[in-house]
Design a protein around this ligand. Structure first.
Ligand code: ADE
Length: 450
């Protein structure tokens, strides 16, 4: 991830961002941060970059030419411009949120333009800017602090910028809850004690206490977030009535990555905030009228979606009419066990590795090796399901697939998740594999449209 900051105060930006975690990440080559001095691009003899606004009014404006030339100098160094965004930080922008940070983190290049004086000539903004972002309803003296806030929030989401792999997902805003209170040594400080439960060693009780505290804190400090949290809890409770068929949606909620786009009685439409895939259900819907009155018909609700997973066939023609194409009809397989699965094929009865088979997991993909040669892989897909299981032909019938899937399930179980996958209904071999591993196959079909 490369950050380019167009500014009149490069030293301000660099001195702040080149320290602490962002500085370390830049030194380690995980991100790059470059401040570009707009003044260097002024054509004026005195390096002037501002002028009076046409039509009169208070203050000066940044002129179009130096801003544009500074931008062009950055673009000249970016050969592939497909994954770039140009952000103008302004109090008139969209309010910055964690989900915007997550979305921005998917780009290769972020170019941030910091305004000064009374603003920037509109014409250059029209020419180059893709996003207007505000960091809050207050006015700063310039855009630098706002740009630094955005760089910091995005940089920490870049893989391996935070050294503790899990911490990006356990902090405030995860699943619409603020973080629970934390305590460190000593046990007693100025007469205040660490809550007994945290010293109990009972992890189940600790988790329960933390959840209650997070809920209470959110209800008190952020009633807006708490309302969203309660709405998703109500959805989860409803979806649990047909648990296997809805495990994809339940897991989105439990993993804190679901956004409730619409709920109308028994109809639910969720967005996965990471893959942006949509998930829809209306249990029992089997008639045309159901689809006609569906939330999917609300203007604009489906426009940005790349893919949608429907849980009832009745909605397939509706989506087809909107231009969606049916990708697959699948059955969901769900691993309901809380304990680790026994890894058949990897270890013998004596617990020793057999067959020269080993599996490596990099956080997303599990890869199997047989006698040192890559034999196959399976991955945790962007939407949270297990998929893309593949075993090279010469290594088939040697339990590679079962070892791969078991390893990935165990990784997820260890993190407190319920592993699940979508298996095309005609793929009998894959369905048989699921059952042999003790996974449950949901009876209801799901329809993936894109
Ligand atoms: N520039 C000045 N104030 C700002 C704000 N609140 N957000 C983003 N950019 C700004």
């Amino acid at each position: 991830m490369n950050f380019h900051i167009l500014t009149l105060f490069p030293e301000m930006v660099e001195s702040a961002l080149m320290t602490s975690i962002t500085g370390r990440a830049a030194a380690e080559g995980k991100i790059s941060i470059r401040a570009v001095n707009i003044r260097d691009f002024s054509n004026d003899r005195h390096k002037k970059v501002d002028d009076y606004p046409y039509g009169g009014g208070a203050g000066m404006l940044m002129q179009a030419q130096p801003v544009f030339d500074a931008y062009e100098s950055v673009m000249a160094g970016i050969p592939d411009i497909s994954r770039k965004r140009v952000i103008y930080v302004t109090p008139q922008g969209r309010p910055f949120t964690q989900s915007m940070a997550e979305e921005l983190a998917e780009n290769e290049h972020l170019i941030l333009l910091c305004g000064h004086y009374e603003g920037v000539d509109e014409r250059v903004l029209e020419e180059i800017v893709t996003d207007n972002i505000s960091i809050g309803d207050y006015v700063l003296t310039g855009g630098e602090l706002a740009a630094m806030v955005i760089v910091d929030a995005v940089a920490r989401l870049v893989p391996n910028v935070l050294h503790n792999g899990d911490s990006a997902h356990t902090e405030s805003f995860h699943g619409n809850l603020l973080e629970y209170p934390q305590y460190s040594r000593p046990e007693e400080w100025r007469g205040r004690h660490v809550p007994d439960v945290l010293l109990s060693g009972n992890q189940r009780e600790i988790d329960r206490w933390r959840r209650r505290e997070a809920e209470a804190r959110t209800a008190e400090r952020r009633p807006d977030l708490y309302e969203r949290y309660l709405a998703l809890q109500a959805c989860e409770e409803f979806l649990l009535k047909d648990k296997l068929h809805h495990m994809d949606m339940i897991e989105l909620i439990r993993r804190g990555r679901a956004r409730l786009l619409a709920r109308q009685g028994e109809e639910i439409l969720l967005e996965d905030t990471e893959s942006h895939m949509l998930f829809h259900t209306m249990p029992g819907a089997d008639r045309k009228e159901h689809a006609e009155n569906s939330v999917c018909n609300r203007p604009g609700i489906l426009c940005a979606a790349h893919r949608i997973c429907l849980h009832q066939e009745a909605f397939v023609p509706l989506l087809a009419g909107m231009g969606y194409r049916q990708e697959a009809v699948c059955l969901q397989s769900v691993c309901t066990r809380k304990e680790q699965l026994p890894i058949r094929g990897l270890y013998g009865a004596d617990g020793q590795p057999v067959n020269g088979l080993s599996v490596r997991f990099d956080g997303v993909c599990a890869t199997a090796f047989l006698d040192g040669e890559e034999a196959g892989s399976v991955r945790l897909q962007r939407d949270g399901s297990i998929g893309e299981l593949e075993v090279l032909p010469q290594y088939r019938r040697r339990r590679v697939a079962s070892a791969l899937e078991t390893c990935l399930c165990n990784q997820l179980i260890q993190k407190g998740m319920t592993p699940y996958g979508r298996i095309p209904e005609e793929n009998e071999a894959a369905l048989a594999l699921q059952e042999s591993l003790g996974l449950h196959i949901a009876r209801g079909r799901v329809y993936v449209m894109s």
